[in-house]
Design a protein around this ligand. Structure first.
Ligand SMILES: [Zn+2]
Length: 334
């Protein structure tokens, strides 16, 4: 665990056994301990071990705060609750139903991740209905000793995404409203779109609303320290989203197939990061980045499809049909 501030610690959940992909955060007040986004189901034991080596028993956790319901954030919740009998799960009211019916979250994730990774999700234990406490914008979770987390509803990536602002230190946890910013790719901003609920207009509006917040630091799930200034964070995020949307539209006009679009996006990102292929961690470069770009592209396409069903140069190919089918199946599981 890495100290970010007196009360705040970063925990690498070591997603699929790899570092610097999915972060969880621990916030410690005088009376309560909160854990933000414990990660994939398979990360539960990693998180528990790290807490213990830091002298914290899972039973001391009062709150598991979810920024949103996606499995890479919520997956380990059920396993942790087994050892944290007093912990409450805090989630925006929009997705409390899914957290209470965890199989729906697992089912949805199975639709968008490739088989190789699904096999490595690990077992997701259910979350008891009585453990889930829905919140809305503006609510405060008081951890004691002046350490407080304010809930900021920030839809876009998903309709339920919330940011948590720790007010005494000015630390903002934006969830996946933040772009993906992997340290191994020099923290360049890669939009975290996800099918089928990604809503670009909401995303930009939520980002703009953060500009008025004076944060000292922004800590993102994927991964770690992002920026000190919300203004810079918002500008870079919006630029990345708009640029990616333009790139996708251009690729449409060219009539590129889905897999080629992913490779094109991937090439641009590696180039922008200034890293050489050989310098990138193998799993990130070969599998995870492609996986994230696939879900990202599906998210953008799902959004664009709704608003412009037949863009110029649109070619119905098999991959595209699969995406639509996947998106429809995903929706039907919610
Ligand atoms: Zn997400």
């Amino acid at each position: 665990m890495k100290a970010i501030d007196k009360h705040i610690f970063e925990i690498d959940t070591e997603a699929f056994g790899h570092k610097r992909l999915v972060a969880s955060y621990l916030v410690r007040g005088a009376e309560h301990i909160a854990l933000i986004d414990p990660g994939f189901p398979s990360s539960a034991s990693v998180v528990k071990d790290k807490l213990k080596s830091f002298g914290i028993e899972p039973s001391e956790i009062s709150y598991i705060l979810l920024t949103h319901f996606h499995i890479d954030h919520s997956g380990a919740t059920g396993a942790l609750l087994k050892e944290a009998p007093n912990a409450r799960v805090i989630v925006h009211k929009r997705s409390a139903f899914y957290v209470k019916n965890f199989a729906k979250i697992v089912g949805g994730a199975r639709m968008v991740f490739r088989t190789e990774l699904i096999k490595r999700f690990g077992e997701a234990y259910p979350v008891g209905t009585e453990r889930v406490f829905p919140v809305t914008d503006g609510e405060i979770i008081d951890l004691g000793g002046g350490v407080k987390l304010r809930v900021i509803h920030a839809p876009g990536h998903s309709p339920d995404n919330v940011c948590y602002l720790e007010e005494s230190s000015g630390t903002l946890f934006p969830g996946d409203l933040a772009c993906l910013q992997y340290p191994d790719l020099n923290n360049i901003y890669i939009p975290a779109a996800s099918p089928p609920l990604f809503e670009i207009n909401d995303e930009i509006e939520s980002l703009r609303s953060l500009e008025k917040i004076r944060a000292e630091r922004i800590m993102v799930p994927h991964y770690g320290y992002a920026e000190a200034s919300t203004i810079e964070f918002v500008e870079k995020s919006i630029n990345a989203i708009q640029q990616t949307k333009r790139t996708i539209q251009e690729m449409f006009r060219e009539g590129l197939e889905f897999q080629h679009m992913i490779e094109r996006l991937r090439g641009k990102i590696v180039k922008e990061s200034g890293k050489l292929e050989d310098d990138l961690p193998d799993f990130l470069s070969r599998i995870y980045l492609r996986e994230m770009l696939k879900t990202g592209l599906m998210g953008f396409l799902a959004f664009m499809l709704e608003y412009a069903p037949y863009p110029r140069g649109f070619t119905f190919n098999e991959q595209w049909q699969d995406i639509i089918k996947g998106a429809e199946l995903y929706v039907s599981t919610l």
